[in-house]
Design a protein around this ligand. Sequence first.
Ligand code: UT7
Length: 334
Amino acid sequence: MMNKKNVAITGINAWLPEYRLTNDELAKMVDTSDEWIMQRIGIKERRILKDKTLGSSYMGAKAVKGLLEKTGTSPQDIDLIIATGVTPDMLFPANANIIADQVGIKNGFGFDVNAACSGLLYTLQTAALYVDSGRYNKVIVVGTDKMSIITNYEDRTTCPLFGDAGTAMLLEPTNEDVGIIDHIFRTDGFGRHHLHMKAGGSVRPASHETVDAKEHFIYQDGKAVFKFAVTKMADIAVEIMKKHNLTADDIAFLVPHQANMRIIEATAKRMGLAREKVMINIQRYGNTTSATIPLCLWDWENQLKKGDKIILAAFGGGFTWGSIYLKWAYDSKQ
Ligand code: UT7
């Protein structure tokens, strides 16, 4: 009898720049305090890639190289690499192509997905469909962002939020009862008004005027985004739970996008999950956009067991939001 083929995450890796930007340092740059940031956001420090000559592909390539070593995979065997992030090195070519070149992937193809903070979920699902088609056996998903490059360190409403990181995951087919089971995704383009970068695209290309107006940085109406994020992320996480008749006891971990501690807590509460079942590392890394979810899985990798039922959830620019239900595919080697 043929087993149903599933698609599993068979390896995960991350790379973080060394420099730690603390709340106390931010308080010297803008009118803020450690107390305000901890209370309203829950971030203590974030990593920053200081070297101005290095873009997000650098961190992504570091993460992929480490992933290939860790999983004993040759770059020649990679069929497809999909990268996501809002800070690619260039508008084109895609970061996936640059990363592929840096790590020696020559027998496959690559492209980028842009879905802001939900980018990782959308990319993971896209990659899973390629594997599920039966035509591709080893697919890499890269979530990498150098958020510091589009963060205005004169704007106290956004500068405490973001950090830099690169992550990579390997997807492969399996005959076992593990892997990605389901997803629910949503987009509401009206949300673009509340969270975007005003210039640098084809509507407002870079000019002296756009630079002077600081339009190459993140624009966010924090309150409006918060209101949507706090309800939509919880809604979609609960929706996938109900769809699969999962109770809080069934779930090993919620892996939420790390944008604000209060949004994470509200989602966990709606799902009825205890704190120890929620992956939270926002205190140490801030919002790294496309990298938050793999950064959590990587941090918790040693605690994960084969068959653990996990829900991933995200909300972000677009607006985009979504949840994925998966069963973890391997026990950690420790
Ligand atoms: O991943 C992408 C999705 N993004 C998100 O999910 C982010 C969602 N939004 C948020 O997390 C929150 O809205 C923020 C953290 C951005 C802001 O928190 P808030 O509780 O919504 O604050 P607020 O914007 O309502 O501002 C409250 C006050 C304001 O002062 P006034 O107008 O009441 O006098 C702000 O000027 O706090 C002030 N404020 C600050 N004070 C000290 C804003 N930023 C700061 C700051 N330090 N860094």
